[in-house]
Design a protein around this ligand. Sequence first.
Ligand code: ADP
Ligand code: MG
Length: 253
Amino acid sequence: MSKDPSTLLLEHHLKALKLPTVLRDYLSVAASCSLERDSYPQYLLRLLERELLDRERRSMERRLKEAQFPTTKTIESFDFAAQPSLNEALVRELLRGDYIGKKENVLLVGNPGTGKTHVASALGYAACTQGRRVRFFTTTGLVTQLLEQREARSLQRFLRQLERQDLLILDELGYVPFVKAGAELLFDVVGRAYERTSLLLTTNLPFEQWTEVMGSERLTGAMLDRLTHRVHILEANGPSYRLQDAKARLKRR
Ligand code: ADP
Ligand code: MG
């Protein structure tokens, strides 16, 4: 049976208004509403609630995809008891995400294997669920991309893309020194983010050693100045979780 003109028109309008869930469900919800003897406004409400829920779910999925987390880690799978040196109260406060609204930064400092990447990802995940735009990079990965984008003459576009984020995660400022141009570009990102985009940086290096990675004392000073102006510092200095985990498994055998 071909559809009558008013059905065709209705479906056209729902598409034009981008209401895919209403389009999908308007008949089935109508059937259940008429069984329940719901009023017209109740019918409309039930349909629009579905549309809204679907829309929120879709945009959350999109944000998570765009964030490019290496793996999905949330705070539920983090064992604070295994890392007592980490300030749990502060982590939980940061999970609420107010720091992003205030354009404050987070520094996560600690030995390898203490869960820095896990906690950084969990904070990023939480931010995504709160409607924030997040991008996760390893610091070396970002520096490589910056150099490549510059080579391809698309650096400005890439930087503008970064500026549109609410939270940039720079995971693992490590021991490997950057080439001079790379360090300068990284500083550029930090400088542009200042008071505009929150940065979350993880590192196993104490501040004194940053110069070795950045190559220049002046650049390091200027970068630290901007990073730490409004910053929450989390330290994880317990034993490596990987090591503990491996030992525990060996013991069980
Ligand atoms: P880091 O970045 O500090 O080197 P990671 O976050 O990569 O450490 O942690 C190494 C592995 O151990 C990851 O798989 C992580 O999920 C896990 N891990 C670390 N600490 C904890 C913890 N306290 N509770 C649960 N898993 C943890
Ligand atoms: Mg890490």
